[in-house]
Design a protein around this ligand. Structure first.
Ligand code: SAM
Length: 218
């Protein structure tokens, strides 16, 4: 199919895409490290899209995802569980953890990892963090079975935990990514509504809105 033959988005879809643009958190990336279940990849991409995170990266050592985002968009076992969010959210795959860190650091991103356990040099609870302290931030989530890798912990700035009060060891990947990304994106959206990009001193005279009214179209 040539570019000219590609179906054009419907006007309502285009309108929504324009409305949400300024609410998306610039320079915020969610990284999923070695996920084993396609459903969870889809769920995290859905969270990324719904919560206004800019992109998703996947460390995929078993090469379960295609290299190209366009091919992922067409792949049913990703598009289905993501409820088509993969069509709207850019996803990039990496062969291993170091390759992803090298790429992020090459683009001046700071990484934080998440775990239900105390890990690394600095470990905090989610509500204790200031997630606006880094201009470019990547938030890592570990594998369902083994959690975040030692290598990721070693290369990350800190480890963030969602406090838990039950008998079980951890939250699942989809739930924890939703909780963590909600808090991180909320803080960064408030920040970018008040300040211009890359310049803390460039305060806007009028802050941008941080809430989009609920949809009335369905
Ligand atoms: C099912 S958990 C992995 C459990 C694994 N046994 C472990 O030691 O982490 C999958 C991922 O969800 C995230 N996660 C789960 N519970 C969390 C919590 N309470 N706080 C922060 N992240 C959590 C982490 O990224 C974790 O690697």
């Amino acid at each position: 199919m040539t570019v000219d033959e590609k179906p054009k988005p419907k006007p309502a879809v285009r309108k929504r895409a324009n409305e949400i643009k300024s609410f998306r958190c610039k320079n915020l990336i969610a990284v999923i490290e070695n996920p084993s279940d396609f459903k969870n990849i889809g769920t995290v991409i859905r969270n990324v899209n719904a919560l206004g995170v800019e992109k998703a990266y996947v460390v995929d050592p078993h090469r379960r995802l295609p290299d190209d985002w366009q091919d992922m968009r067409e792949q049913r076992n990703i598009s289905g569980p993501s409820v088509s969010a993969v069509k709207w959210t850019f996803v990039k795959r990496f062969d291993n953890t170091d390759q992803c860190f090298d790429y992020l650091e090459g683009n001046n991103f700071t990484s934080i990892v998440t775990s239900p356990h105390v890990k690394g040099k600095t470990s905090i609870y989610l509500h204790e963090g200031d997630y606006t302290a880094y201009t470019k931030l990547a938030v890592w989530f570990g594998s369902e079975a083994t959690g975040i890798s030692d290598r990721a912990v070693e290369r990350a700035e800190m480890c963030v935990s969602v406090p838990m009060f039950g008998m079980i060891e951890s939250l699942n990947l989809g739930t924890s990514s939703g909780i963590v990304l909600y808090e991180v994106a909320k803080q960064r959206r408030e920040y970018q509504s008040r300040y211009r990009m890359r310049n803390k001193r460039g305060e806007r005279t009028e802050p941008l809105p941080t809430i989009l009214p609920p949809r009335a179209d369905r």
